[in-house]
Unconditional design. Structure first.
Ligand SMILES: Cc1cc2nc3c(=O)[nH]c(=O)nc-3n(C[C@H](O)[C@H](O)[C@H](O)COP(=O)(O)OP(=O)(O)OC[C@H]3O[C@@H](n4cnc5c(N)ncnc54)[C@H](O)[C@@H]3O)c2cc1C
Length: 715
């Protein structure tokens, strides 16, 4: 906590302590009020303006400091100023006081709460942004939670101050009138408890929950309105129809079939989708061959005098296909049919929220289903760079048909796919130029990660051009040239082949979404809510087509939620849990991350501490000749709670698993430190980084005492 926060906290605590120490609470009782009523009344007659000012200030102080006594003060308002003026003064004073308490809670504790509950708070903030005013209104009217708790709790959310103020003022008005009115009859009041009769409380509850219920009804009507133009079938062929048999579609179907639902999976191209055919599997197979080649080239580093590798690029690419063939049965029609899924190899088109048309082998049929899950994936982005259509560009879709190694290869895009392929092709012997528009590669990662990657790439002969924007492709004297712009200057890059690795665009056209009016997000992916639902609640979307992540494991993760919500959402719906999402970029050295890195934490205003362990110190990394990279852990200040981990190094993706498990199950660095790790393994790095954290948090005072104790024992 910084100085200004500490000072304010100390000031508030001092005022509260003084309030009780001077027994000021004794003045805020019904008896004291009755006893003083005449004296206060006569002061008010002689000094009307001053009386209002003093009264309002006391009221604001009591509510602003969350002290007990607001109810008595409200009665006093009625007793001293009458119904109209009392209501007016109390209404403003109570709203101002509540807002001060709200602001104080926000200033003092919001950052700390954000640091502790970052991701979860985001979900609450999203809810507050949508329905916060309604909830606050209900809370103000339904006398379940004390007002001071509401003030403080709302201060921790993202609710706008002005919204808090006016909703509070309107929401508290009914209660204020009742109490002020009771105050006008002060002489007949025996206790506070009689003011709100059960009937009156019931009316308040009804008044409070009415807007909430009305809001829910309007939401339900709006949701149903979207279905109005589509006749609903009396009965359905299926429980679910799934469009696309990539990672997202396969897992959705698997889960639906496992719980005995009737599910049809439609795939228009290849079972397994992008990951198996053009993504993870072929790229990792290619990376493996390239890595072996690099290792052979570096054999002398390992005491081997001569090791030559002769290779034929076409054979490497044939092996890639062989690997795909070996994995293929996992995603095959046969396997999924055996699991109880009806698999149709054809093209799907959504006709209505409950009807999907399938065209397979020239035949068309329509399947009706209670729910539709769209898992149609994404495709490589091809930007409209002038001249691009005149060169036969490569993407991750057609790259795998290549059998001749490009001599000079330009790769546009320094993200994970661009980096993985740049290093592989360079290792096979292509002269690779990696062109990135932004100031560094792997822009989502911290700059220390990019520094290691760029250094390694340059050492391996890759020309890394950052802050270079591709402007035009031309063919000059039969030679293909990329014209790029760098700091206002034109740069000419000659090449034989160009590979576009500029991101992936969701497949949202040509299969019925436009006709139905399925909404898209600003990123042109299908817009989904926390339950994977589109604007048609029975149509779900998962994987690359919806985002927000584009990984096989996140598509599979979302698929569970889509399948369960589609089948059982009528009873209970589950929000997709994005709290712990790991990923890796399979370059050498590998880069893996889970949770926050420094740039994310800084952007989100989350306080953190960093513990870093460098792999050049690790025995196993040294013996294996892979002593480069680091394990960097972000923790909550003063605590061992892990906020995020970045690992750069050999097998980083595998090493990260321990932290993913720890974060998922709330285990801190102390637990990792207290776990036996086999010697000598790379995984020991995880324990050592926990040791770094521990050393930075040793209780110095205690150690000094222990040192003195040992000295005393030595005599
Ligand atoms: C080079 C590369 C490397 C990658 N490496 C990794 C990695 O290492 N790790 C990782 O996690 N991710 C990786 N990815 C990303 C990963 O491949 C995707 O995130 C994942 O495959 C997305 O799965 P999906 O189910 O959403 O879509 P897809 O796998 O794209 O599946 C969508 C399917 O829907 C079908 N389809 C579309 N429209 C219709 C229709 N109208 N009717 C019927 N079928 C239709 C398509 O034919 C396709 O088969 C990589 C991607 C690339 C390009």
């Amino acid at each position: 906590m910084n100085f200004s926060r500490l000072a304010l906290l100390a000031f508030i605590v001092a005022l509260i302590v003084a309030f009780f120490a001077f027994d000021l609470d004794n003045y805020l009782t019904l008896e004291a009020l009755k006893a003083q009523q005449d004296a206060i009344g006569s002061y008010r007659s002689t000094h009307p303006v001053m009386a209002v000012a003093i009264y309002a200030l006391i009221y604001i102080a009591v509510t602003g400091l969350s002290l007990p006594g607001a109810a008595i003060l409200t009665l006093a308002g009625g007793a001293v100023f009458g119904l109209l003026w009392g209501t007016l003064i109390v209404s403003f004073a109570s709203s101002i006081g509540a807002t001060l308490a709200f602001l104080a809670a926000r200033f003092l504790f919001r950052d700390a709460v954000k640091a502790r509950f970052g991701e979860r708070l985001q979900a609450i903030d999203a809810g507050v942004a949508k329905d916060g005013a309604l909830y606050l209104f209900t809370l103000r009217l339904v006398p379940v939670f004390p007002f001071f708790v509401i003030n403080l709790a709302m201060g921790l959310t993202h609710l706008k101050t002005q919204t808090f103020y006016w909703v509070s003022q309107v929401g508290m008005l009914a209660g204020t009138v009742v109490y002020v009115n009771a105050g006008t009859q002060l002489g007949q009041l025996e206790s506070l408890s009689g003011i709100l009769s059960p009937g009156l409380i019931g009316s308040f509850v009804l008044l409070g929950i009415f807007p909430l219920i009305a809001h829910k009804i309007v939401e339900a009507i709006q949701a149903n309105k979207i279905y109005a133009q589509w006749p609903k079938p009396a009965r359905f062929d299926n429980n679910i129809v799934v469009i696309g048999a990539g990672s997202g579609g396969l897992v959705t179907s698997y889960i639906a079939a496992a719980v005995k639902a009737k599910v049809t999976l439609i795939e228009k191209h290849k079972m397994g989708g992008d990951c198996l055919n053009t993504g993870c599997v072929p790229s990792k197979a290619l990376i493996r061959s390239a890595k072996l080649l690099a290792q052979i080239r570096n054999a002398s580093d390992f005491g081997i005098k001569k090791a030559d590798a002769e290779f034929d690029f076409a054979e490497v690419m044939n092996r890639v296909q062989a690997v795909i063939k070996t994995v293929e049965p996992h995603d095959s029609v046969q396997r999924y049919s055996d699991l109880g899924v009806e698999v149709v190899e054809g093209e799907a088109k959504i006709l209505s929220p409950w009807e999907v048309q399938v065209t397979a082998a020239g035949e068309t049929r329509t399947i009706t289903a209670r729910s539709i899950v769209i898992a149609a994936g994404a495709r490589p982005l091809v930007p409209p760079i002038p001249g691009i259509e005149d060169i036969a560009y490569l993407t991750s879709d057609n790259l795998w048909a290549l059998r001749e190694l490009p001599k000079r290869l330009v790769i546009l895009g320094g993200g994970p796919i661009g980096c993985e392929l740049a290093q592989s092709f360079a290792r096979f012997g292509s002269k690779v130029v990696l062109v990135e528009m932004l100031p560094r590669l792997l822009i989502r990662e911290d700059s220390d990660v990019a520094d290691i990657v760029i250094a390694k790439f340059r050492q391996e002969g890759i020309e890394v051009l950052v802050e270079h924007t591709a402007k035009q492709f031309i063919i000059d004297n039969g030679e293909k040239i990329l014209l790029a712009e760098h700091q206002g200057q034109q740069v000419r890059i000659a090449f034989d082949q160009v590979l576009l690795a500029l991101g992936r665009v969701a497949n949202t056209q040509g299969y019925g979404l436009e006709e139905l009016g399925v909404e898209l997000s600003p990123k042109r992916t299908i817009a989904i809510n926390a339950f994977q639902q589109t604007n048609y609640p029975n149509i779900f979307a998962v994987g690359d087509v919806s985002g927000p992540f584009q990984f096989t494991h996140t598509a599979a993760h979302q698929a569970w939620y889509a399948a369960v919500n589609a089948l059982f959402g009528g009873f209970k719906k589950f929000r997709t849990d994005y709290s712990v999402i790991p990923w890796a970029t399979f370059i050498d050295p590998e880069v893996a991350r889970v949770g926050l890195n420094e740039q994310d934490a800084t952007e989100q205003g989350i306080a953190y501490e960093v513990s870093t362990y460098h792999l050049d110190d690790l025995d196993r990394a040294i013996t294996d000749g892979v002593a480069q990279g680091f394990v960097k852990v972000l923790t909550q200040p003063g605590k061992d709670r892990i906020l995020g981990v970045t690992i750069v190094g050999e097998h980083a993706g595998e090493l990260l698993a321990e932290f993913v498990l720890a974060m998922k199950h709330g285990l801190g660095l102390n637990k990792i430190l207290g776990t036996i790790h086999i010697y000598p393994t790379l995984a020991e790095a995880n324990k050592y980084v926990a040791g770094v954290w521990k050393r930075n948090h040793v209780p110095e005072g205690l150690l000094r005492c222990v040192g003195r104790f040992h000295a005393w024992r030595r005599g």
